[in-house]
Design a protein around this ligand. Structure first.
Ligand SMILES: Nc1ncnc2c1ncn2[C@@H]1O[C@H](COP(=O)(O)OP(=O)(O)OP(=O)(O)O)[C@@H](O)[C@H]1O
Ligand SMILES: [Mg+2]
Length: 379
């Protein structure tokens, strides 16, 4: 191997922060020459003004400098030609035609909706933390904020206002926050634009576009943060993703259970499978041992029990477990405000531990069983 080959090998292993693949595989390397101890490395970025440009350039420089025998590095940064970009987008799509929704029933990506009946029960907070916890376990995780009227995921993950997906021709790359590929309606709005006037068909198209045009790459899990209730978006997603799994979030309060149960039943009507209940805002323990159950107790178990009952004459349904009970936690709330999810910022917090345990449970559920009913005959 010549010195230039070794530089090419080292530089080729640098990962593109948005595409999350080695730039050598993405055909982003151009000419590499070595003159004595001086390496000259040509790279081609996908687009002019690529937001990741500085990072790629410095990573490339560091990689080249790490090669024994190289003391000085010049990086020539260029931009791909339209033909090169077309080849790249085709390679990324891996044979899938454009405009085809990749999250089809036999894809390897688990799609998990996080929904609730009532608003404000902590869906978005739980979803953001769950996504980060799953990513920390090494899974490739995507997160779609489907709450078009009250999007909150970018803030919860510390994505600065105004951040846009990077566009490579007609391919949109989601920003990556704490390892999670994240997309939100908030990223498509101009300052102050309101979507209150949007009606069903417009919302349906928007969700369809999210799921089709945004390039997530190969994901293990796609989480979808749902708006509260069972409105247009829930119905659209039910039609677009009938194989999705559903987590129902509720509080321990008995009064919250009925709407939560209803949201689970509506999801099931579209063919989706309710895989469990998450109780949030549960009792917490003070330093002196006092237990404070602000919202009462038992709501999560109640919802799980109700969703485990099949209606008379219908096929038996698999039991719906209470998968987690997440206590009220100032740190969880503060992590949402600061954009550093508590599972990263304060991992010993009781809520963080409960969410990590939930991630663990979900990550170890067999993908093969997801969404499929087991051939058990009750004799
Ligand atoms: N376990 C918890 N302890 C303390 N605060 C919490 C907890 N869970 C959520 N919160 C806080 O409650 C508020 C509502 O949470 P969040 O926005 O996640 O709810 P949501 O169900 O997504 O609401 P919406 O229905 O509006 O989408 C936020 O201020 C959040 O920080
Ligand atoms: Mg929300």
């Amino acid at each position: 191997m010549t010195l230039a080959d070794r530089v090419r090998q080292a530089v080729g292993a640098v990962s593109d922060p948005e595409l999350r693949r080695p730039i050598g595989d993405l055909d982003m390397l151009r000419e590499i020459t070595v003159d004595g101890e001086h390496a000259r490395v040509g790279i081609a970025l996908t687009i002019v003004g690529c937001p990741a440009a500085d990072r790629i350039e410095s990573d490339v420089r560091r990689a080249a400098e790490s090669v024994a025998g190289i003391a000085e590095v010049t990086v020539d940064v260029g931009v791909m030609t339209p033909a090169e970009r077309k080849a790249l987008t085709e390679k990324l799509r891996d044979g899938r035609p454009a405009r085809q929704m990749p999250f089809v029933p036999d894809s390897l990506t688990r799609v998990i909706l996080v929904s609730s009946g009532k608003g404000g029960v902590g869906k978005s907070t739980v979803t953001a933390n769950l996504a980060v916890a799953l990513s920390a376990q090494g899974l490739a995780v995507g997160l779609v904020d489907a709450d078009v009227h009250g999007f909150s995921i970018p803030g919860l993950l510390g994505i600065p206002a105004g951040t846009q997906p990077t566009r490579i021709d007609d391919l949109m790359l989601p920003p990556v926050a704490h390892g999670v590929k994240t997309i939100s309606i908030g990223m498509f709005l101009r300052d102050g634009e309101a979507v209150v006037a949007w009606r069903g068909p417009m919302l349906h198209r928007t969700v369809q576009q999210f799921l089709t045009d945004v390039f997530f790459g190969d994901l293990d899990v796609l989480l979808i943060d749902m708006p509260p209730g069972t409105g247009d978006i829930a119905i659209s997603i039910g039609q677009i993703l009938p194989h999705a799994e559903v987590l129902v979030v509720t509080t321990p309060q008995a009064a919250a259970s009925d709407v939560a149960i209803r949201s689970g039943l509506v999801a099931r009507q579209t063919g989706q499978r309710v895989i469990g209940v998450v109780e949030n805002m549960a009792a917490f323990t003070l330093a002196d041992g006092t237990v404070v159950d602000l919202f009462g107790t038992g709501g999560g178990a109640e919802v799980a029990a109700a969703l485990s009952k099949s209606s008379a004459g219908a096929d038996p349904i698999p039991p719906v477990p209470l998968l987690a009970s997440i206590p009220l936690s100032p740190a969880l709330r503060a992590g949402g405000d600061s954009g550093i999810p508590v599972v990263l910022g304060d991992p010993s917090d009781a809520a963080a531990q409960a969410i990590r345990a939930l991630a663990d449970t979900l990550a170890h559920q067999g993908r093969g069983l997801a969404g499929k009913s087991l051939p058990i005959s009750l004799s």
